[in-house]
Design a protein around this ligand. Structure first.
Ligand SMILES: Nc1ncnc2c1ncn2[C@@H]1O[C@H](COP(=O)(O)OP(=O)(O)OP(=O)(O)O)[C@@H](O)[C@H]1O
Length: 301
């Protein structure tokens, strides 16, 4: 199984006079870990819900293909397609009065690729109490249950919509480790919707950035990182080199400065950097994300 490929064409969703998704044309390659990044209200949850077939678009379409589905199909009101998609949301969708054990049992009966061994292992690692009702779980444990459902479903399209935000840092790290380990064993299409860009960036292969319902960019992480550079060294030399460039971020510690700029450094600037003993690195995804999704104040975007 390599997972489902996702294509959206002119995907548009409105809530009254609010346009949540505005003519999105997206391609998510099968079998990769994609990041869905965007600020609050940018349309991430709406996109996640539409991809999972939870609602219909007002215009345009979503088409899923590959794996055992074959030709492109829309997820809306198609039980075969939706059984191959697992969307885990922060809100849970788990039936509050059910016990953890019952929630897992229901998932096992509904999910064609469910892995009971993996579920058991993750329940132990997250220390989930099987006999407790979902409504009695702490926020973090509820999130952990969502993570277990999402990973053990081994769905060809698995979407985590900020569903792990309620977990503390060690639990989130456990989630990231479990996700990577299981993905290496059973590659599938994974979409992680988040604004914790720094935390997840190392796991992502491709990134989709939304802003106010529109696609800002979609690219492999390495390509995005190549859109800028960080320059570190003595403050005076860094300032001299970066004068006239679009600065995304600056940090200063004593006489040392780190400046992140947009765009490639040309050969002359690289030579200047080398002779001044400056270190050149890739731009951080977080800085690029902030730059791409913050309204410009007279500056370039
Ligand atoms: N059920 C709804 N009714 C009315 N407006 C909605 C509804 N759901 C979403 N919206 C609006 O659609 C836009 C996109 O919301 P969405 O929840 O998809 O964004 P998001 O990127 O997931 O945000 P966040 O990071 O805050 O969760 C927002 O302007 C939001 O107010």
């Amino acid at each position: 199984m390599t997972g489902l490929a996702v294509r959206t064409e002119n995907l548009t969703v409105r809530f009254g006079d609010q346009t949540a998704l505005d003519g999105l044309d997206l391609r998510l390659a099968a079998g990769k870990i994609h990041g869905l990044l965007g600020r609050n209200g940018s349309g991430k949850s709406t996109l996640a819900a539409i991809l999972a077939g939870f609602r219909q678009a007002d215009a345009g379409q979503v088409l899923l293909s590959g794996g055992d589905l074959g030709d492109p199909r829309s997820p809306f009101e198609d039980a075969v397609v939706t059984s191959r998609i697992c969307l885990i949301r922060e809100s849970g969708d788990m039936g509050d009065t059910a016990q953890v054990r019952q929630v897992l049992g229901l998932a096992a009966s509904l999910r064609p690729y469910w892995d009971a061994d993996l579920a058991g292992e993750l329940v132990d690692r997250f220390e989930l109490p099987l006999g407790k009702r979902v409504q009695k779980l702490s926020r973090g444990k509820k999130s952990a249950l969502g993570v277990v459902l999402g990973l053990a479903s081994r769905a060809p399209l698995t979407i985590f919509d900020e569903s792990y935000l309620g977990m503390d840092v060690p639990s989130r790290e456990l989630f990231y480790d479990a996700l990577l380990a299981d993905y290496a064993e059973v590659p599938r299409t994974i979409l992680l919707s988040t604004h914790l860009v720094g935390e997840v960036s190392a796991m992502l292969e491709e990134v989709v950035i939304l802003d106010r319902g529109r696609l800002v960019t979609q690219a492999p992480v390495d390509t995005l990182r190549g859109r800028g550079a960080s320059i570190v060294g003595p403050a005076g030399a860094v300032d001299e080199l970066t004068a006239g460039l679009t600065v995304l971020a600056e940090q200063r510690l004593g006489g040392t400065k780190s400046t992140t700029v947009l765009g490639d450094l040309d050969a002359a600037l690289l030579a200047q950097a080398r002779s001044a003993g400056l270190e050149i690195g890739q731009v951080g995804l977080q800085e690029l994300f902030v730059h791409l999704t913050t309204p410009a104040q007279g500056g370039a975007r």
